[in-house]
Ligand binder design. Sequence first.
Ligand code: ADP
Ligand code: 5GP
Length: 204
Amino acid sequence: MLVISSPSGAGKTTLARRLAGEFDLRFSVSYTTRQPRKDEVHGKDYHFVSRARFAEMVEGHEFAEWAVVHGNQYGTSIATVNTSLADGVDCLFDIDYQGGRQIRQQWPAQSVLCFILPPSMKELARRLRQRATDANDVIERRLAMAHEELTHYGEYDYLVVNDNLDQAYAKLRAIYVAAGCTRVRNDGLAQALLREAAAADHKP
Ligand code: ADP
Ligand code: 5GP
């Protein structure tokens, strides 16, 4: 379970989409009460739902985690998590630090948490403005929140500075590939090899 978080505008969605495009890993499509931006597709970028529907889902324990971010509600479907775990497929989460913390608490051994940093606060502001997907007051609110979000970097396993996009992507890619090679994630195969070797052993 690869969790990617960052202050809004640092580039986590760009990096996460690229990783999901290169590898066979499932992108967890969150539920949100936020209004869709132009070009956002229901079911692909988010499941856009009403506040009433979101409240129903909270009541029905349908979320693995959920949080209020920038005044809107966002949540990860527990079905997505469980299906990925059952299928043995890696899953990518573009969620905030509150969500990352909840995922880490529930799946400490399975989760890898990566925080994307902008090269500077000035560049963060420039990216948010040039993205031109949000109204000015929304951009200002997101910039004000960036400070609070940055204070949570210590809860993450990895920090990747997104200055040059290709270099940042190479680092994120390396983290993902290395995470797949840890001993705990390959213990089953090592144990199977040991059993096979033991079965083939010739008794003196
Ligand atoms: P987030 O998901 O963190 O809010 P986005 O992925 O939407 O951020 O990126 C914010 C804006 O910055 C987008 O317009 C994106 O194309 C741009 N961007 C992302 N990474 C870089 C980079 N390394 N250099 C310049 N612009 C970038
Ligand atoms: P945006 O509105 O820019 O798409 O996302 C705003 C913030 O909400 C980002 O930090 C994003 O990572 C976070 N977010 C998106 N989906 C979820 C989710 O399901 N849970 C949580 N906790 N945060 C989310």
